[in-house]
Design a protein around this ligand. Structure first.
Ligand SMILES: Nc1ccc2ncsc2c1
Length: 239
């Protein structure tokens, strides 16, 4: 999997060299390429923004640098196997199933906007050429798409076959199919008693059936408490 990042702050992605994603890069599972969008400007000030047509506050990212960057980084041929991701508060909520789908992609290009956003024709052009995802991480606003791109990267790359040492652990995580799309149950380890707080006795019983039942009940309880929106989804197994 090749991952490209287009941003006016490409140094955000240096962290990928030290994180687990960096390990995957060393193992050849993923290739990381960060690019400075200003490298595709031609004026002395390396301008990437301009005032919004129709008025309004703030600045909008000009289409020209993006188009030239696309030409050089992705090419000028249409290819639906290339996934282009625009993180944005107005995007479709990103989910574990979306991460799972993207984990089989061979190319993902992250377009990290700043200012008030990117000229919409950039997204329209990308849609005419590649598979585009406008993605939101939640109902809050960051200063740009870089942090969202890092979060999406981690969610996707950890699902790439061969990345996780023990892929079985993926099956028990929140939102995973193995969890029926429920939130993960509470976890405990030694010591059994800590500051007057004990590990639930059932987990020390060695009775696998009872343990499985307790864990399921806890997942259902947590999901109903914290994410009632998930309890009616087809994958949740609880209705
Ligand atoms: N371009 C941009 C700006 C803010 C923001 N917040 C969450 S994703 C995102 C993307």
């Amino acid at each position: 999997m090749r991952l490209d990042y287009l941003s006016i702050f490409p140094a955000y992605f240096d962290v990928l060299d030290i994180s687990l994603v960096g390990k995957a890069a060393i193992n050849g599972l993923v290739e990381i390429h960060a690019h400075d969008l200003r490298d595709w400007t031609h004026d002395r000030h390396r301008t990437v923004d301009d005032t919004p047509c129709g008025g309004g506050a703030g600045m909008v990212m000009k289409p020209d640098p993006w188009g030239e960057a696309f030409d050089e980084i992705i090419g000028t041929e249409s290819d639906p196997s290339v996934h282009v991701i625009f993180p944005a508060p107005s995007g479709t909520p990103f989910t574990q199933s979306a991460a799972a789908e993207l984990s089989s992609a061979q190319r993902i290009v992250f377009c990290c906007g700043r200012y008030e956003g990117i000229d919409h024709r950039v997204i329209d052009y990308a849609r005419s050429m590649w598979t585009v995802h406008e993605v939101s991480l939640g109902d809050y606003v960051l200063n740009g798409g870089e942090v969202a791109a890092l979060a999406i990267t981690e969610a996707v790359v950890r699902l790439v076959p061969g990345f996780m040492g023990n892929p079985e652990s993926l099956a028990e995580e929140s939102f995973s199919a193995g969890q029926d799309g429920l939130l993960e149950y509470p976890l405990f380890t030694r010591p059994v008693s800590w500051r007057g707080l004990d590990v639930p006795e059932v987990l020390m019983s060695g009775h696998h059936g009872r343990i499985a039942s307790w864990r399921r009940d806890e997942s259902v309880r947590l999901t109903r408490e914290r994410r009632p929106d998930l309890t009616d989804s087809d994958s949740s197994g609880i209705h």
